[in-house]
Design a protein around this ligand. Structure first.
Ligand SMILES: Cc1cc2nc3c(=O)[nH]c(=O)nc-3n(C[C@H](O)[C@H](O)[C@H](O)COP(=O)(O)O)c2cc1C
Length: 211
């Protein structure tokens, strides 16, 4: 059994300096995301999404980023799930990426809105048929009696829809509009680089945070 207190490593692979960050945080995200895609990071588009429930308690889970541009960052889910109902009640969220192979993390802070039905349908229809049936079969985040029940529901919807699986009204995307980004680059001796971008008066400004 390893001693957890001794588990640590030094970060020495890259640096993030004011002289090499983009003025536009979306550009900076693209550079780092492209680096992650080009490296041996598995599921580079996997991100942790934080939500706050009606009871004021936070929760987090991993989802896949399915698109981003200057209009925001998009993922897809069941609107009736825990995260879905949380976000509909309180649109404040954080999307968080950790890419250990690059000693990097990114936090993106903002508020979400549902994507249009057209946009959700376009993505839904691009998914494999069985994934689309899976969306119908799973009342995500609700208690079920057994694995069998889930597989039975899957078989029922497969029988019902065949290959022509419509977009469920309870399923779609959320697009997050950011107001803050943090780019974190691990460095030696715990002197990490932390550059934040905040939006105000129509422009993004950067600052450095102490690690
Ligand atoms: C790598 C990975 C990718 C995932 N992608 C999604 C996704 O894109 N959408 C989604 O609803 N759940 C996704 N999940 C499942 C979620 O982590 C979560 O279990 C599920 O959405 C229910 O969360 P909730 O009960 O907090 O709403 C993914 C899980 C992992 C580990």
């Amino acid at each position: 059994m390893p001693n957890l207190a001794d588990l640590r490593r030094d970060f020495a692979s890259h640096e993030l300096l004011e002289s090499n960050v983009a003025a536009d945080p979306f550009e900076q995200f693209k550079m780092w995301f492209d680096d992650a895609l080009a490296s041996d990071v598995i599921d580079a588009n996997a991100m942790t999404v934080a939500t706050v429930g009606e009871d004021g308690r936070p929760s987090v889970r991993v989802v896949l980023l399915k698109g981003y541009d200057h209009d925001g960052f998009v993922f897809y889910t069941n609107y009736g799930s825990k995260k879905g109902t949380d976000l509909i009640g309180n649109p404040n969220t954080v999307f968080h990426f950790f890419w250990p192979q690059l000693d990097r993390q990114i936090g993106i802070y903002g508020t979400v809105e549902k994507t249009s039905r057209e946009e959700s349908a376009e993505y839904f229809n691009s998914r494999p048929v069985d994934s689309r049936i899976g969306a119908w079969a799973s009342a995500q985040s609700t208690v079920i009696n057994s694995r069998d029940e889930l597989e039975h529901r899957f078989a029922e919807f497969k029988e019902k829809f065949g290959d022509d699986v419509p977009l469920p009204e309870f399923w779609g995307g959320f697009r997050m509009t950011p107001f803050k980004f943090e780019f974190w680059q691990g460095r030696q001796n715990r002197l990490h680089d932390r550059i934040i971008y905040t939006f105000g008066d129509g422009a993004w400004t950067t600052s450095r945070l102490s690690p």
